[in-house]
Design a protein around this ligand. Structure first.
Ligand SMILES: NC(=O)c1ccc[n+]([C@@H]2O[C@H](COP(=O)([O-])OP(=O)(O)OC[C@H]3O[C@@H](n4cnc5c(N)ncnc54)[C@H](OP(=O)(O)O)[C@@H]3O)[C@@H](O)[C@H]2O)c1
Length: 185
């Protein structure tokens, strides 16, 4: 289970707190809330005492609500703009969804994305694109949360080493992290 943390866990932490500067009592909108990075971000934001709006497809609604989002927006049928103003947007989708999210950011807030440099910036806020960085201490901290049950990782698939090339082939998509099992227990 801990194999999901180096990428998903650190990305979620760095996006919310290092780049997004999310604090208790603020509102964060997390795109792709049922996915690999988003599902961890939802749990960390809740633990930090933030109000969480999650987005995604209808198939992710129940999972996002179970993880603790206060409100879920189905990007295929609901209006993203109904989310209202938020302190932080954490984007894992990019494109048009990212472009439209800039207008949701309150003055002084932050638009954070892990997909692409933002083409549209908040009128009176920051826009950040970042690539996750290694952080041994934070990783240990996240592993503690995993062990004590505060964090539940989203594992999409576990595949043997021999299937690694096809697991990551272009066009292959599994929501959640794909774990490659290098050795049998
Ligand atoms: N910059 C960095 O350091 C960094 C680090 C980690 C990941 N990433 C990137 O971040 C992205 C997300 O990674 P992930 O592991 O969280 O992926 P994931 O597990 O596939 O999660 C993405 C979530 O967003 C949903 N989604 C995607 N497009 C959507 C759309 N147009 N409308 C509604 N929902 C949509 C997906 O739903 P479905 O599953 O139904 O499509 C899924 O629930 C990837 O592009 C990855 O390469 C960047």
């Amino acid at each position: 289970m801990a194999a999901v943390l180096p990428v998903s866990g650190l990305t979620a932490w760095q996006g919310l707190f290092d780049h997004g500067r999310l604090t208790t009592g603020q509102t964060v909108l997390i795109h792709g809330a049922a996915g690999g990075v988003g599902s961890i971000a939802v749990q960390l934001a809740r633990e930090a005492g933030a109000r969480v709006i999650g987005t995604g497809r209808a198939s992710g609604r129940d999972r996002a609500l179970a993880l603790g989002v206060d409100t879920f927006i189905d990007l295929e049928t609901d209006e993203l703009e109904d989310a209202g103003d938020v302190d932080v947007v954490f984007d894992v989708i990019g494109g048009d969804v990212l472009d439209r999210s800039a207008a949701l950011v309150r003055p002084g807030g932050t638009l954070v994305t892990i997909v692409m440099p933002p083409r549209v910036r908040p009128r009176d806020g920051r826009a950040v694109f970042f690539v996750v960085e290694p952080d041994r201490a934070r990783l240990a901290d996240l592993a503690t949360r995993l062990r004590d049950g505060r964090l539940k990782p989203f594992i999409g698939a576990v595949r043997p080493l021999a299937e690694a090339p096809c697991a990551f082939a272009p066009g292959e998509h599994t929501s959640g992290r794909t774990i490659i099992r290098v050795a049998e227990d």
